[in-house]
Ligand binder design. Structure first.
Ligand code: NAP
Length: 248
């Protein structure tokens, strides 16, 4: 019984910490002026689940796509408008060539190193944003997750009381740090916070905003729909400087 009470207290404190550490509405301080529509986009995390959807949908929309991959063979895609570049977000020098000449960057960075403190997402994102600033690339669309900042608790009870505190505490803490860096980075940013990801098909319909998600149930969205929403942010300025949740 004591263990259960202590565990619940830990889970609640972690959620409050993620609420405080992540981006909240008051952090909106970007006012992007409409610019020319982007034609060249860099996709980071291109070999991952969302990343592959981003590559496919960006090519369908006619973009000139550069995919950053640690292992280009993992992408398994070929297209006249697809350029694959080897790079690692933790190696700042490897990012310059990928970022140079782009109109926008989309990131679906993630990893599976759940045990122990990690800074892969925050350090990698800082390197990426440094490279963007060096090369004058302003639009940054980055996937994080529901459960952070003003969406803390909105992944549902299973995530709030089990997955995040037991499996992903360090991972989510790094995501909150990543969000803070993005919000303070001075770029035209949009943080995209999906619910639990599925490999379902694109429906093109989803709910979005700060109230998306449930404190009780796990909300879901397909990676294809997340990619669709992220690509919409390349030409839509209405959500610049915000961190909306997205779910079906
Ligand atoms: N799974 C969920 O239910 C869920 C829910 C909400 C949010 N999210 C978040 O959504 C994001 C995307 O998730 P996903 O499952 O679609 O993607 P994923 O399959 O986890 O793919 C992550 C991508 O990041 C790349 N990456 C990792 N470390 C890198 C590094 N140092 N340099 C360059 N690239 C690196 C991976 O490359 P390699 O192929 O080389 O490993 C891979 O392409 C993640 O941030 C995840 O936490 C997930």
């Amino acid at each position: 019984m004591t263990f259960l009470v202590l565990f619940l207290a830990y889970a609640v404190i972690l959620s409050v910490g993620l609420w405080r550490a992540g981006v909240r509405p008051s952090t909106r301080d970007v006012h992007s002026a409409p610019g020319p529509s982007p034609t060249r986009v860099l996709i980071v995390g291109a070999t991952g689940g969302t990343g592959r959807m981003l590559v496919d949908h960006a090519l369908e929309r006619g973009y000139e796509v550069t995919a950053l991959a640690r292992n280009p063979a993992g992408l398994q895609r070929q297209h006249p408008k697809l350029h694959v570049m080897t790079g690692n977000v933790l190696d700042r020098a490897s990012l310059d060539a990928a970022v140079r000449g782009q109109d926008a960057v989309l990131s679906a960075l993630g990893h599976k190193r759940y045990v122990g403190p990690t800074r892969i997402l925050s350090d990698g994102t800082r390197n990426l944003m440094d490279a963007m600033k060096s090369h004058g690339v302003r639009r940054f669309v980055c996937e994080t997750s529901l459960g952070i900042g003003n969406t803390a608790g909105r992944m549902g009870l299973y995530y709030t009381l089990f997955v995040i505190p037991v499996v992903l505490p360090f991972y989510f803490w790094d995501k909150a740090r990543q969000e803070r860096l993005i919000a303070a980075g001075g770029l035209d940013w949009i943080i995209v916070r999906p619910g639990a990801l599925t490999n379902g098909v694109k429906r093109g319909r989803y709910r979005l905003g700060p109230d998306v998600g449930s404190f009780l149930w796990t909300v879901r969205i397909s990676r294809a729909d997340v990619a669709d929403f992220m690509l919409n942010q390349l030409t839509d300025n209405s959500l610049v400087g915000t961190a909306p949740g997205v779910a079906q």
